[in-house]
Design a protein around this ligand. Structure first.
Ligand SMILES: [Zn+2]
Ligand SMILES: [Zn+2]
Length: 111
């Protein structure tokens, strides 16, 4: 039995996607577009390369630090005033200051 393994050698690897030729108008600036990297869906606006970049939402790089919650609470343990918490406290839970939080936190599981 002979396998014709060289027949499909052209399909190996990643061939660049063929561009779609046509005649569209940019929905934003009106530029004539004759080539698109993908088939545009009917009913959806077509944008030229520049407007496509413009309309793309800016990249959100990195993680923004979570805003602290400002308020006026009292530590359920020692009564210290707390004006800032790293999270919104729930009404049905006791609020602890940092020291008491450490005190009340369950000890780290260790063997
Ligand atoms: Zn445009
Ligand atoms: Zn406390």
């Amino acid at each position: 039995m002979i396998f014709d393994k060289f027949k499909r050698s052209n399909d190996s690897g990643f061939a660049p996607r063929p561009k779609v030729q046509g005649n569209w108008k940019c929905a934003d600036c009106g530029t004539t577009i004759t080539e698109l990297p993908f088939e545009p869906s009917a009913g959806k606006p077509v944008h030229c390369k520049d407007c496509w970049k413009k309309n793309r939402p800016p990249r959100n790089d990195g993680f923004a630090p979570r805003p602290k919650v400002q308020g006026n609470w009292k530590c359920s343990d020692c009564g210290t005033e707390i004006t800032e918490l790293p999270f919104e406290p729930s009404a049905d839970r006791p609020i602890y200051c940092r020291d008491c939080w450490k005190k009340n936190a369950p000890p780290k599981f260790s063997r």
